[in-house]
Each structure stands twice: as structure tokens, then as C-alpha cells.
Design a protein around this ligand. Structure first.
Ligand SMILES: [Zn+2]
Length: 530
């Protein structure tokens, strides 16, 4: 008997990537923002039952690394190994859950994949050689047109580009203008926020020119991946770096990683900073189309982080290192500040004072205090056991209704790349729960429950149990919603609620809870200002 054909189920796989940073210096707070955002998105997908691959890495084949190593007097390979290790060290310190970290200079799988991508574009007739003369910013690793410069200087680096004249390989970007326009017209590639999408569409509408994808091996000082069949040329670092999203999936070998996590994934999502939108939203989709692969489905663009109101940079001497902040106040304190107080798609400022204020007032005060008060009262008045109220207790309905819709709202915000709004919603709920504590005044209900009058005592006891159980249920809702954003806090809160696993469906009734030590110890007065 023939087996009836069943349509393949829709893919439940989401591929989420961070950009791979230049590793010419140690990671600063702006990079921490990006990896924490990508991590929260990936964790949210996982929490909702999807299969997720979170990809990160280091962009090492840049001429910037050659310069940085030269000024330190060490070999380039040594410098990039050292700095890649510093980026890798962020994994545990920032609570990152990435599945893979690729190093573009050190790994054979990357080189083989880049060569394959080049060869695929070449076979399509999209790679050709011609003489070129242009203004090149080594900081950006890109050519600029005169009208893109600001007072003759690079808009990103405020540096004078050098005039470069050589024969290079070019990618036939102009051929993909129509297809890119069509992809954006039908939202096959979504860019968040909309303003960045409009910017990309206007670039495409202005006309796309072919771009150089190689440079002379001499100018690259022999660092980077040689052009297949033309060893006097080195593959342009952006062609090389963008390819990491495929090479990490085994594009250079025969595995099925590319079909699983790219071609047939439910989504292919790149989290990037606004300065590299053109590479990801114009060049990269065109390269993929040329190689016969689908474009990314979403490009999620964050802004820039300033420190104390000033642009972060080695030259300005105010590069904020993320690790001492984690040492002082913990991983989740930094994740919280970055996810809530830097607008997810806008520019934001990191300041030591605001970081400490947010910690003290919002984490230690609003959330920490709620958790500690509620659990201490359950210990004191209910022998530490979350005891459900009898039927007919309706006084916490408003709180419970707000809790019931919170997690879906948070999921929606996170998927929309609005971590700030997700945390705003959670903290609005924390405020509601704190108001409920004040209104229900369980300490008064405990007094009534101890009354000599049997009717008063019964009514008091019902209300006391109802109020505290509703609050415990609210804490569990908070723990669930915080899981992708502040994973360590979520885990600790679930433990306090007697449920180490932390699944959404577990019954709360009868669990032994414990206030224990505060989630966020208050800062001492002396350390409130840096
Ligand atoms: Zn530049």
C-alpha cells in the first residue's frame, strides 16, 4: 500500500548571528551590547521550544590587525589569538549561550568556505578583474566615494582616506540591483528598525556599483586568504568576514549544516551595529544570490553606545571594559542596563552613575525587594509553603490577569528586537506587584488570621494565603519572563520558588520557597558614586 505523502513540517530552526568584531583590541561595552542582544533573542527562541544556533566569532583577516600587531611589535597571528581569547572570555562573564565561535584566520573550515563562495560567485560570472583607483579608509576597510566623505574625511573615523590605485577583482553588484529591490519590496528581508530599511532601499534606488573584493597581497602584507588562482591578490576582508555566517555551518565541507541552518531554517538573522548595515543588507544578500543561496530573513540593527556622553574609542581613551562592571555588580546587572537603558535600535549612553542608579533602584530596590518581602512573608506566615487559596478568592485577579499576558507580550517584544520594551513591561508588572503588597498588607491579614474570633480568623487566613500565593505566582511569571534576558536571575528566582527546572507549566502549589540571600545586594553608600 502506498504511503500517503505528508508535507514536510515547517522548520523550527532559527539561526542567529552576531557580527564578528575586529579583534585589534580588547572588547568594549558596545560589543557587549550586541552579543547580549543576540543572546537574549536566541534564548527566547529556545525558551519557546525552537531549535536555535547562536553563532559568534572573530574577524581576524583585517589589515587593521596587521597594523595593531606592528605597533605592538608582535606577530599578527599572536595578536589575533590573544584578542580572540579575550572575546571568548566574555562568554561566561556575560552569560552568553552561543553554540559556536569561529576564528577567520586560524580555522581551515573558514578558508575552505571562503574559497568555495568565491568560486561559486566566479562561476556565476559575477567576479571579474579591472584596474581601480579609489579613496580607501583602512579603519573601515572600504573604499569611499567623494560625496560620502565628510570634509574629505571618513565619516566613521574622521580620518583622511588614502588614494589607492591597483588592479583588483570586482563583484558584479550592479547585476543584483533589481533582485535586491524586489526582496525588500516584498519584505523577504526584514530590517529592524524601519528607518534602517528605508536607508537601505534608498541606497539601492540610487543605483548599485560593482565593488572591489580583493586587494594586492603586498598591500595586505600577506595576511588574509589568497584569491583562488591569483595568489598576488588577497580576498577583501569583508567578503571574507561575511562568509563566516556560512563557513561556520560547514559551507567549505560536505556536511548538511548549511541546508539545516541556512537554506531550510525558519529564519536567518544577523544582529549588527548600524555602521555595517550596507555590508549586511546590500553586499551580503547579493553574494548569497550569486552563490545560489537564500538571503538572510532579518537584519537587526542596534545603534552605538557612547560612554559618559562621548564616542568610545581607543583614541579618546574612554573604552569601557565590560569585565570590571561584571566583577562589581554581576553579569545580569550589566545585561539589564544594556538591554533596558540602551534603546534596542537607537544610540545610547553608558554612564557609571546611571548604571549604579539602575542597579540600586530597579534591580535591588524594585525587583529584589519584592522577591525578598514576598518570600519572607510566605516563610513567616505559611511555613514557607506556597499554599493556594480556596475557591472564591478574587482579590488578586487584576494582578494575575496582568501576569497571564506578560510572557506573551515579552516574547513578542523580544522577537521584534525591542528588549527595552520587554523589560519595561516586566518592570511595570513588578511595580503592580509591589502596589498589591502594599494594598493587601499581608501583615494585617496575618493579624486577623490570629484573631480570637473564629469568623475573623478564617476570613483573614483565606485572604492571607490568597494574597501570598498570588504574589508567589507573580514571582514565577517574572522568573519565566526574565529567562532570556537575565538568565542567572531567572534561575536564582526559580530556585527560591522551589522549582529549579523553571518550566512554565509546573504547579506552584505545595512548593517550599526560601527567601535566602537577596538577588541583588544593595550598594553601600560609599560605592554609589564611582
Ligand atoms: Zn573609516
Amino acid at each position: 500500500m502506498p504511503i500517503p505523502s505528508v508535507p514536510a513540517p515547517p522548520s523550527r530552526r532559527h539561526y542567529v548571528t552576531t557580527a564578528i568584531p575586529y579583534v585589534n583590541a580588547a572588547p568594549h561595552i558596545g560589543f557587549a551590547l550586541e552579543v547580549v542582544q543576540a543572546d537574549a533573542l536566541a534564548r527566547s527562541y529556545r525558551q519557546r521550544g525552537f531549535d536555535v544556533r547562536l553563532q559568534a566569532g572573530a574577524d581576524e583577516n583585517s589589515i587593521k590587525n596587521v597594523h595593531a600587531a606592528q605597533s605592538l611589535g608582535i606577530p599578527v597571528a599572536e595578536l589575533v589569538t590573544l584578542n580572540a581569547a579575550r572575546f571568548l572570555a566574555l562568554k561566561n562573564r556575560l552569560g552568553l549561550s552561543y553554540d559556536d565561535f569561529i576564528r577567520t584566520s586560524a580555522e581551515e573550515r573558514h578558508r575552505r568556505g571562503v574559497e568555495r563562495l568565491w568560486t561559486a560567485c566566479f562561476a556565476r560570472g559575477d567576479v571579474y578583474k579591472r584596474a581601480y583607483r579609489g579613496l580607501y579608509c583602512a579603519g573601515c576597510e572600504q573604499f569611499y566615494k567623494r560625496d560620502e566623505l565628510v570634509n574629505g574625511r571618513c565619516p566613521e573615523h574622521d580620518a583622511k582616506p588614502e588614494l589607492v590605485e591597483e588592479e583588483n577583482w570586482f563583484f558584479r553588484l550592479s547585476r543584483y540591483e533589481g533582485r535586491l529591490r524586489e526582496l525588500y519590496a516584498r519584505n523577504a528581508i526584514v530590517i529592524v528598525p524601519q528607518t534602517r530599511r528605508n536607508e537601505v532601499v534608498s541606497w539601492i534606488d540610487a543605483g548599485l556599483e560593482d565593488f572591489s573584493i580583493s586587494r594586492s597581497a603586498a598591500r595586505a602584507r600577506g595576511w588574509g586568504i589568497p584569491v583562488p588562482g591569483d595568489p598576488d591578490q588577497t580576498i577583501y576582508v569583508w567578503f571574507d568576514a561575511l562568509a563566516n555566517y556560512l563557513t561556520a555551518l560547514g559551507y567549505g565541507s560536505d556536511g548538511d549544516g548549511v541546508s539545516q541552518w541556512w537554506t531550510q531554517a525558519a529564519s536567518r538573522e544577523h544582529v549588527i551595529g548600524k555602521g555595517i548595515t550596507r555590508f549586511h543588507a546590500v553586499y551580503w544578500p547579493a553574494m548569497l544570490l550569486s552563490a545560489g543561496l537564500p538571503a538572510p530573513t532579518r537584519i537587526l540593527v542596534h545603534g552605538y553606545v557612547t560612554a559618559e556622553g562621548r564616542k568610545i574609542g581607543k583614541s579618546t581613551g574612554n573604552a569601557v571594559d565590560a569585565l570590571p562592571l561584571v566583577d562589581e555588580l554581576g553579569t545580569d546587572a550589566l545585561r539589564y542596563f544594556l538591554l533596558r537603558h540602551i534603546r534596542s535600535t537607537g544610540d545610547g549612553d553608558f554612564s557609571q552613575i546611571r548604571f549604579r542608579q539602575a542597579y540600586d533602584s530597579e534591580l535591588a530596590g524594585q525587583l529584589g525587594n519584592l522577591v525578598h518581602r514576598v518570600l519572607s512573608m510566605i516563610e513567616r506566615y505559611c511555613d514557607g509553603v506556597a499554599t493556594p487559596p480556596s475557591d472564591g478568592f478574587t482579590e488578586a485577579d487584576e494582578l494575575l490577569r496582568a501576569g497571564a499576558s506578560l510572557c506573551d507580550a515579552v516574547d513578542t517584544h523580544i522577537e521584534a528586537f525591542a528588549f527595552d520594551r520587554a523589560l519595561d513591561d516586566i518592570w511595570a508588572f513588578v511595580a503592580l506587584a509591589n502596589r498589591y503588597v502594599a494594598e493587601a498588607a499581608p501583615w494585617n491579614l496575618a493579624g486577623a488570621a490570629a484573631s480570637q474570633d473564629a469568623a475573623t480568623a478564617l476570613a483573614g487566613s483565606v485572604k492571607l494565603r490568597g494574597a501570598l500565593f498570588s504574589l508567589a505566582a507573580s514571582l514565577r511569571t517574572i522568573a519565566t519572563c526574565l529567562c532570556p534576558l537575565l538568565p542567572e536571575t531567572s534561575r536564582k528566582l526559580f530556585e527560591k520558588l522551589g522549582s529549579a527546572g523553571g518550566s512554565r507549566g509546573e504547579p506552584l502549589a505545595g512548593r517550599r520557597v526560601a527567601a535566602g540571600t537577596p538577588l541583588f545586594p544593595r550598594l553601600s553608600i560609599s560605592s554609589r558614586t564611582p
